[in-house]
Every structure is written in structure tokens, then in C-alpha cells.
Design a protein around this ligand. Structure first.
Ligand code: ATP
Ligand code: MG
Length: 557
């Protein structure tokens, strides 16, 4: 095998094989087929990157198809959010399609199936139909309605379509094989009656096609060459082919269903239905709550499209289901933001420092680089003055030699500013430290070129000048679930494992350059983590979401 061949994933290998036999490159066409019953999540990102990635690789069109065959759960807001998420991820679809646009065509084909003796109206209860399905080792039992005449079937099906029959009175079933070893082939339901308005077709239809009937036919209508879906549809492939076979002519290119493994992410749930429960039960605030594994939640949290694409690329396409550690997703965003995010200073947990030998009322604007990883990011100036905040945890009265921060009688450098020395502490009656009095060495300003400025001290701290600092709100997020797989224990509800401390809101003090930060702007708060301006932010109350800490601290907990 050549080097290039080796690096192809198994889906690409399938395509390469097909190109050697019955397909031309110009035949290739893909689709991403979400059901608009919720917001897209990180699992969908894998499918999006797979399909649109193949489109880019083979210069083939990729349709965005809404699989909108169940009016009970589908809504226009979900359609809009899905479109916006796919675009934001950086992909362009060839056509925006809807299974509901094919309702008439599907209905006409179903009529043809009835006429050909391949479908019939069953008037039993869904319970009876289920018991007659048999078991994997025992054949099913034929419905007493299986031999209904074509005329009667046509009449009933039309009445079903027009709402002239009760909702649960009848279904349309394909007449295949009640003894098939594949239970899905035992006369599957093609249509059920739902007297519900559809978000696009309104009151037009009282019958709605089932997934298996709608999906392959939609692929066929759109001339999709390869229809990729997750592994649970493997047993449906036979039915997919059976249905497409009913409506295609000899010599026509028919779509191929191929399956890949669903991707799961640890400490969260990747299922629209389960995520919907989190929203409905107010466990999170919305679908785009920054704790959600939705594309819009990750976006609001501060993830970049590149970081999500890199994530999907790096976990690849697999044949077996597995659980990806959320730490890997966090690694991907850290890696991307490290290159892109401007550095700023912000203090989360302030401790007041007074530089006693710095003149009162004096201020200096000190030049500092925006991103040491990216020279083109340039410089900005941060104000320095006599009164500063540093982090509480960066000071100890006494500490061992490994504490490279500020302690009494010792020196540290203030980032982009001076070397200071802690001289004494001021405490209240309870012994709580109120202020640390320090002195600074005026010759040590960073970048001043003096000999003293080259002096090495262990430890550099971030800080803000108190009179210049802006108080902001920070939202710190933790894992949404406290266990790796909240659905692992079948006897328990996944909601039992929600982490009660997944959100912590607090105040922080940031340098004044952040006053002009806009929604979705991303920063590295030096030594703390990556932050992103939340959409609830206002001029008076800047709100930052912590995207991720600088290092993976979860493992130590
Ligand atoms: P959910 O249970 O979250 O609703 P779904 O598979 O029912 O998932 P669809 O809207 O039908 O959601 O999915 C659109 C496409 O995305 C399908 O091709 C589906 O197989 C794929 N997909 C969904 N979840 C994942 C996942 N976790 N990993 C990979 N692909 C996924
Ligand atoms: Mg689904």
C-alpha cells in the first residue's frame, strides 16, 4: 500500500474503490442530513466535517438536507440554528433541501408501491404489529390485512392522507418478508398518520413518511452518491436498498448507504433529545449555554471553528463507537487560541499591593506585546501606578523555596513592569491580609534595556493598576456532568449525574484595554486561561466566559 493510501480513512477508501469501478468523480455528491429537532452538537461536527470534507477533497457538491419528517418535534428555530452552525464551522452547502419538499413525490411513489403489490394499509394497533414482528430467531406473523386489495389500499391511503381516518387507525406498510432474518425487513411501516401542523407544509399533510422510506428516496432524488450515517443504521441498509430499488430504473446511479461510528464525548451527552431535557428542565439556561456540547454553546464558550474542525479531524472516522475524553477537545481549543488570542492581564481574586516608594498620583503606560507567539499581533500599553491588584494566591507571608511568587522579603517581577519586593503586610483584627506593602526598583522596567532590567528573579506575576482597572463579570465553567459517561448506568437517570458546580460566577479586575472588547472577542488572561466576551455583555457589565484553563487541571482533582 502506498503512503497516501495508508492515510485514507475507511470512508475515503470506499470512495476510492468506487471510483475504480462504477463511479466517476463527477458522480460524487454528499449530504449532511440533520433532523431539525434540536441544536447541532459536537457529534454532528464529525458528520459535518466528514461530508463537507469529502466535498472539498473531491470538489463534489454537498447538500444540507433537513430530515423533517416528524412535525411533532421539529421547528423553524432549529432549522435556522443548524444553518448558522454549519456556516460558522466554515462550510458551504450546494443546496438547501428538505425531505418535506419531497412529500408529494414520496406519496406518489407509495401509491405506485401499493399498485405493484409492494405496500398495504394495516389497520391493527401498533402493539399488535409489534408482537407479530417475531424475534430474531422466530419469523413474524402476517397481518390479517396483508392481503387487502389494491383498490381498498388505495382508497384507505388517500383517506389517511386527507385526515379522513383517526390518527392511530391505520399505517402503510411495505410488503416485504415477515420471515426475513433481518427484522427490519418484516413489513416495515412507511407512513403513519399525524394530525399535526408541520413547520413548513402546515396542514397539507396528515400522513408523514418514516425515516427509512424518506431517507434513501431523498438521497436518490438529490442524486447523492454516498449516504453516510451512524452505525445503528447498518441493519437498515437492506431496507434502504429495497426502497431505492422500487423507484429507480435500470442503469440509474443509486445512492449507497455506508456507516461510521458515532462519536461520544466524556462528561457530557451528545444526543439532541437528552440535551433538550437539560434545556427544558432549566439545568442549563439555553441550547447555547456555554456548558452545552452544542456547536452554538461551544462557540459562545469561546471555541473557534478551527478548533472544532481540528478536533473532528484528529479523532478521525471510525468503525467502532468510542468515548473521546473532553480533555482532548479542550486541548484543541487551547492549541488554537494559543496562536491567536491576544494576551491581557486580569486578576480574579484580588489582593491589594501598595508600592510605597512609587510617587502618589503618578501613572506610566508600559508597552507590552500582545502575543509572544505571534509577532504580528503588535503591542499595547498597560497603565502602572502605586496601587495594584495581584492574585491572592500569588502572595504568602512565608513559603518554602519552591514558591516562586511573592513572599515577605523576596522579589518578583510584575509582567511588563518592574521588580518589586514585599516589605510588610497590613491585616485586619481577624488576621486577614488587607494590603501588601512593597517597594519597587525603578531601574528594572521591562524592555528599558538597563542592566538592572535584565536581572533575573524567579517568578513573574500578572497584575492590574487599581485606579485603571475595570471590574467585570467572569463565568467559570466546569464539566457539566461529574462522571465520564452519564448514561452508562441504565438503572439511573443521566440527570442524576449533573455536576452542581458547573458554573461559578465571580468578579474580576481587568486592564482598561478590555473596555472596547466586543462579543466573541477572545483573550488569554495571562496565567489564568482563555476567555471570550459573552453575548450578554454590556458596556456597563462586561461578561467573560472562561473557555478553558491554561492547563488541564481536571486530572489533578
Ligand atoms: P441525536 O440523537 O443527537 O438527535 P441523530 O443521529 O438523531 O442524533 P440527526 O440530526 O439525525 O441526529 O443527525 C444528522 C447526522 O449527524 C446523521 O448522519 C447522524 O448519523 C450524524 N450524527 C449524529 N450524532 C452523531 C455523533 N455523535 N457522531 C457522529 N455523527 C453523528
Ligand atoms: Mg435523529
Amino acid at each position: 500500500m502506498s503512503e497516501e493510501k495508508k492515510s485514507l480513512n475507511f470512508i475515503e477508501q470506499i470512495i476510492e474503490e468506487d471510483l475504480k469501478t462504477d463511479y466517476k468523480v463527477s458522480d460524487l455528491k454528499f449530504r449532511f442530513p440533520p433532523e431539525p429537532n434540536g441544536f447541532l452538537h459536537i457529534g454532528h461536527a464529525s458528520s459535518i466535517c466528514l461530508n463537507f470534507g469529502l466535498g472539498l477533497k473531491y470538489k463534489a457538491p454537498v447538500n444540507l438536507r433537513f430530515d423533517d419528517t416528524n412535525p411533532i418535534k421539529e421547528e423553524t428555530v432549529f432549522v435556522e440554528s443548524i444553518k448558522s452552525d454549519v456556516k460558522w464551522l466554515g462550510f458551504e452547502w450546494a443546496e438547501e433541501c428538505y425531505a418535506s419538499d419531497y412529500f408529494q413525490k414520496l406519496y406518489d411513489w407509495a401509491v405506485e408501491l401499493i399498485k405493484a403489490g409492494d405496500a398495504y394499509v394495516d389497520s391493527q394497533s401498533s402493539e399488535d404489529i409489534a408482537t407479530q414482528k417475531g424475534t430474531p430467531t422466530q419469523p413474524g406473523t402476517a397481518s390479517p390485512y396483508r392481503l387487502r386489495s389494491v383498490e381498498e389500499n388505495l382508497e384507505l391511503f388517500e383517506a389517511m392522507k386527507n385526515g379522513g381516518t383517526a390518527e392511530k387507525a391505520h399505517v402503510l406498510r411495505a410488503k416485504i418478508d415477515m420471515a426475513s432474518p433481518n427484522m427490519i425487513m418484516r413489513d416495515p411501516v412507511m407512513y403513519r398518520c399525524l394530525h399535526k401542523a408541520h413547520h413548513r407544509t402546515g396542514e397539507d399533510w396528515k400522513v408523514y413518511p418514516m425515516y427509512d422510506w424518506a431517507h434513501g428516496e431523498s438521497d436518490f432524488i438529490e442524486s447523492i452518491s454516498h449516504s453516510f450515517c451512524t452505525l445503528e443504521f447498518l441493519p437498515h441498509r437492506e431496507l434502504y436498498n429495497w426502497f431505492v430499488d422500487r423507484v429507480s430504473q435500470a442503469g440509474e446511479l443509486i445512492p449507497k448507504q455506508r456507516e461510521f461510528a458515532r462519536r461520544n464525548l466524556s462528561h457530557t451527552m451528545v444526543s439532541k433529545r437528552k440535551l433538550a431535557q437539560l434545556v427544558e428542565q432549566n439545568i442549563v439556561k439555553s441550547w447555547d449555554d456555554p456548558r452545552m456540547p452544542t456547536i452554538s454553546g461551544l462557540r459562545r464558550r469561546g471555541y473557534t471553528p478551527e478548533s472544532i474542525r481540528n478536533f473532528a479531524e484528529s479523532i478521525g472516522i471510525g468503525k467502532r463507537e468510542n468515548m473521546i475524553d473532553v480533555a482532548h477537545l479542550e486541548f484543541c481549543v487551547r492549541d488554537d487560541l494559543n496562536k491567536k488570542a491576544p494576551r491581557v492581564m486580569g486578576v480574579m481574586d484580588p489582593l491589594k499591593v501598595i508600592i510605597t516608594n512609587y510617587p502618589e498620583g503618578k501613572e506610566e503606560w508600559l508597552a507590552t506585546e500582545n502575543n509572544q507567539e505571534d509577532e504580528s499581533a503588535g503591542e499595547r500599553e498597560v497603565p502602572f501606578s502605586r496601587e495594584l491588584y495581584i492574585e491572592q494566591e500569588d502572595f504568602k507571608e512565608e513559603a518554602n523555596r519552591k514558591f516562586f511568587r511573592l513572599k515577605l522579603g523576596k522579589e518578583v517581577r510584575l509582567k511588563s513592569a518592574y521588580i518589586i519586593k514585599a516589605e510588610e503586610v497590613v491585616k485586619d483584627e481577624d488576621g486577614t491580609i488587607l494590603e501588601v506593602h512593597c517597594t519597587y526598583d525603578a531601574d528594572t522596567r521591562s524592555g528599558s534595556g538597563t542592566e538592572a532590567s535584565q536581572r533575573k528573579v524567579k517568578g513573574t506575576l500578572h497584575w492590574v493598576s487599581i485606579p485603571h482597572a475595570k471590574e467585570v463579570e467572569v463565568r467559570l465553567y466546569d464539566r457539566l456532568f461529574s462522571v465520564e459517561d452519564p448514561a452508562a448506568d441504565k438503572d439511573k437517570d443521566f440527570l442524576d449525574f449533573v455536576n452542581p458546580d458547573s458554573l461559578q460566577v465571580s468578579k474580576a479586575y481587568v486592564e482598561p484595554s478590555l473596555k472596547s472588547a466586543k462579543v466573541e472577542d477572545k483573550f488569554q488572561f495571562q496565567r489564568i486561561g482563555y476567555f471570550c466576551v459573552d453575548r450578554e455583555s454590556t458596556e456597563d457589565n462586561l461578561v467573560f466566559n472562561r473557555t478553558v484553563t491554561l492547563r488541564d487541571s481536571w486530572k489533578n482533582k
